[in-house]
Design a protein around this ligand. Structure first.
Ligand SMILES: C[S@@+](CC[C@H](N)C(=O)[O-])C[C@H]1O[C@@H](n2cnc3c(N)ncnc32)[C@H](O)[C@@H]1O
Length: 223
């Protein structure tokens, strides 16, 4: 619940029923998202907020902002231009599909979103997020680009997708996602994103550990 403490949180952060808003209900500017999470960190608890204690009961792993989505869309669109194919973009392990929903208005190809619904999380999976294993969906759709955000802690599936040579965008925190995967031994580009924020980050002290990583990336292959 929002606490009525002097100077914080500000009105827009809470609903009329005194719950913290769903920060993924719509896209907000990066600075606004940052100040929201500083408040959550000071006044509540970031992990609880990101594990459903918010107005929508939403689970949040990567935290989106207008700038982050723009950055990601630019990366994907540039790859699509270089590849020159019209195959869909595929988001695997897509969870509640919010990333695909935000991206689809800004990416020049169709985006398909799948998730196997492992059941470890209380994620509200919409019907349009196809219930499908990540490797099977790569095989089924033959995508131009695969996007994967917050691969689970013990997963090694991302590495298998990278081994299939498809251009892959991996988003997450290397201390908390796919920690035993050998995929980072393979060539990749770390984007040092200015706008990547995650549920395990420290907002007040600005210690941000999430990033965007590119594998089998066309610009890198073409030199
Ligand atoms: C940590 S959640 C991240 C969800 C979403 N990407 C996000 O950032 O909100 C990991 C998701 O991966 C899914 N998942 C785990 N292993 C999978 C697999 N082998 N194939 C497809 N989905 C998988 C789980 O069902 C879960 O929804």
């Amino acid at each position: 619940m929002c606490q009525a403490v002097a100077a914080m949180p500000t009105d827009w952060m809470c609903t009329s029923t005194s719950q913290y808003i769903d920060i993924h209900g719509e896209l907000h500017d990066y600075e606004k998202v940052l100040s929201f999470f500083e408040t959550i960190e000071d006044e509540f608890d970031v992990l609880k907020y990101c594990s459903g204690a918010n107005a929508a009961g939403r689970w949040i792993f990567q935290v989106y902002s207008r700038e982050f989505i723009r950055e990601l869309a630019d990366i994907v669109n540039e790859a699509l231009r270089t590849l020159g194919n019209s195959k869909p973009v595929l988001e695997v392990m897509g969870g509640d599909g919010r990333l695909s929903e935000f991206l689809k208005t800004q990416v020049s190809s169709e985006i398909i979103c799948t998730d196997s619904r492992q059941g470890e999380y209380d994620i509200a999976y919409p019907k349009w997020v196809l219930k499908m294993n990540a490797l099977e969906s790569v095989e089924e759709f033959g995508p131009s680009v695969v996007i994967m955000s917050w691969e689970p802690f013990f997963s090694t599936v991302g590495g298998e997708i990278v081994d299939s040579c498809v251009p892959t965008v991996w988003i997450g925190d290397r201390n908390h996602c796919a920690v035993h995967s050998e995929m980072f031994d393979k060539p990749h580009i770390k984007m040092n994103s200015e706008f990547a924020l995650g549920r395990k980050d420290s907002f007040g002290s600005r210690e941000f550990n999430t990033d965007i990583y590119l594998f089998n990336w066309p610009s890198a292959i073409d030199g």
